[in-house]
Design a protein around this ligand. Structure first.
Ligand code: ADP
Length: 510
């Protein structure tokens, strides 16, 4: 207050002006708990216009029952002079005349009379209902977050824009082996092996600078690193939110260790099955193969005995005839060698090894085994391989297995057919693909087989296992290709396979 404001009337007016404009409630209560006076803000909160309209027994009658004791104790301490100056703030819940509930933060101060005795107290209070409501909401959100963190089955890690961990769920503790207390505030890099660890700061920095998202919002299979150093595969999903303008990242982590193990076991089982199926195919080809091998061996024997006879006949110029006999022997033995080589390759149990291969060459090689005995069965083969068909990224043995399977099925389907035409074609197809078609003029697909042609154990053959086509589809799909069958307009069936051509820049032909 300014010094020249000395007139008591002015001071009274000043105080009244202050009191009436103060947003806080101010009231005077005498030692008998009677309300003596109250400012405008207080009257408005209670819901009355004048002091006389305040309900009987105020302020106690306005205070909610559970708070009476707090109020009485605080009031008594002030009136009895136990507290010099103002009391500590305390909270009261009151009801306005219309029943509205307010939570007030109050302070009491003694109001000494002229003789220094304390017969009344001033109570100032402000409405903190909204503030408390907001606080409750935050607390609720916090406890909700805590219960999510404690129960969410997937590991959940929240980090700030600098990669510092701000929350670590119970599942994350179990997965990574760190406790929440020891990891909070540490950099999330700790949970990553190299090379992710070294590049993470750069990612975050680039994201802060450019806003370019690389992983946020899309799931990725990456690797995690446990406290004991174990590196393991994880599926990571990251969400982003902003709190007070600062980004927060929530990572959901699924441990893929078991899934990857199962996948590896499944793959190895599948490999075993494919191998078994190749062995069984070779088993069923055994007699035709023996026959096929016998032909060049017989031819070699014939050529060599002819050569010997020529030599037996004594001197004379037989060089040309001898040369021809030896030349034929060489080419027949190469033919036999080729069959044996393909056979060995086919029955070998090797790792899957995808390479850039010439598809035309691959199909031609597969014919060595696939067409064994076809000629003897009166089958007329038409081969149409476009030399420009390009290359595919494939496993040689697996693709040959598909080809051999389809060729053998086609030959079997034509056993009773009057017309036996087997067509093999390799052509370029739209969308950077290669089409391999194997057509026959056989019995056609039986109606009962149409829906389950590629299902395992579906067969119409007495001795068939029904695994061939299901293995073909598994192989082709693992090569990101497609396979299907359709009726041949000439009668019989056409199997078509589409494989992606290898990207030109990867081209390094085996
Ligand atoms: P399997 O040869 O042991 O029966 P596959 O899976 O290779 O096993 O073939 C499943 C079935 O599909 C065969 O039993 C046959 O009914 C039918 N099928 C396959 N290829 C042909 C074809 N080229 N023509 C007619 N039917 C075929």
């Amino acid at each position: 207050m300014r010094e020249n404001m000395t007139v008591s009337a002015d001071r009274q007016a000043y105080l009244e002006a202050v009191l009436s404009t103060l947003p806080e409630c101010v009231a005077i209560v005498d030692r008998n708990f009677r309300l003596i006076d109250m400012n405008q803000a207080g009257l408005s909160m209670i819901g009355v216009d004048r002091l006389e309209d305040i309900p009987e027994g105020a302020p106690l009658s306005l205070i909610a029952q559970p708070y009476h004791r707090i109020y009485r104790d605080a009031f008594k301490a002030i009136i009895d002079g136990e507290v010099p100056g103002a009391s500590d703030p305390f909270r009261l819940k009151i009801h306005a005349v219309d029943g509205t509930e307010y939570l007030l933060e109050c302070r009491l101060a003694p109001l000494p009379s002229k003789d220094g005795s304390i017969d009344a107290a001033v109570i100032t209070s402000r409405d903190v209902s909204e503030w408390q409501g907001a606080l409750d909401t935050v607390e609720q959100a916090n406890s909700l977050l805590e219960s999510i963190l404690a129960t969410v089955p997937n590991a959940m890690v929240v980090t700030d824009s600098h990669g510092r961990i701000t929350s670590f769920s119970a599942a994350a503790e179990a997965l990574f082996g760190y406790t929440e207390a020891e990891i909070i505030g540490k950099n999330v890099k700790l949970l990553m092996p190299e090379p992710y660890r070294s590049s993470h700061d750069r990612y975050l920095e680039r994201y802060r600078r450019t806003g370019e998202k690389h992983i946020i919002g899309m799931g990725r299979t990456v690797e995690g690193c446990k406290k004991d150093g174990t590196v393991f595969p994880i599926q990571l999903e990251i969400g982003e939110t902003h709190i007070s303008g600062e980004p927060l990242f929530t990572g959901f982590i699924v441990d893929l260790t078991e899934q990857k193990q199962t996948e590896a076991e499944l793959q190895s089982l599948q490999g075993d099955l494919m191998h078994a199926s190749r062995l069984s195919a070779v088993g069923s080809l055994a007699s035709a193969l023996a026959h096929e091998l016998n032909q060049p061996l017989t031819a070699i024997a014939n050529y060599l005995s002819a050569a010997r006879d020529l030599l037996d006949q004594g001197p004379g110029d037989k060089t040309e005839l001898l040369y021809e006999a030896l030349q034929e022997s060489v080419s027949e033995s190469l033919r036999a060698g080729k069959i044996v080589r393909r056979l060995r390759e086919f029955v070998a149990k090797g790792e899957i090894n995808r390479q850039i291969l010439s598809i035309a060459q691959l199909v031609e090689d597969a014919m060595t085994l696939g067409l064994v005995g076809a000629y003897d069965k009166g089958i007329d083969c038409t081969i149409d391989i476009d030399p420009d068909t390009n290359h595919v990224f494939a496993d040689r043995v697996q693709i040959q297995q598909v080809m051999v399977n389809l060729m053998r099925n086609a030959i079997e389907a034509m056993a009773e057919s009057p017309v036996k035409k087997l067509g093999i074609s390799v052509q370029s197809a739209p969308r950077k693909r290669v089409e391999i078609a194997i057509s026959d003029t056989g019995s056609g697909i039986e109606p009962e087989m149409e829906d389950k042609l590629f299902h395992p154990f579906s067969t119409t053959k007495g001795s068939g296992m029904g695994l061939g086509l299901s293995i073909c589809r598994t192989i082709i799909e693992a090569h990101e290709g497609t396979i299907y069958a359709e009726p041949n307009p000439q009668g019989g069936t056409i199997f078509r396979i589409f494989l992606l051509k290898a990207a030109e820049e990867k081209m390094h032909v085996e």
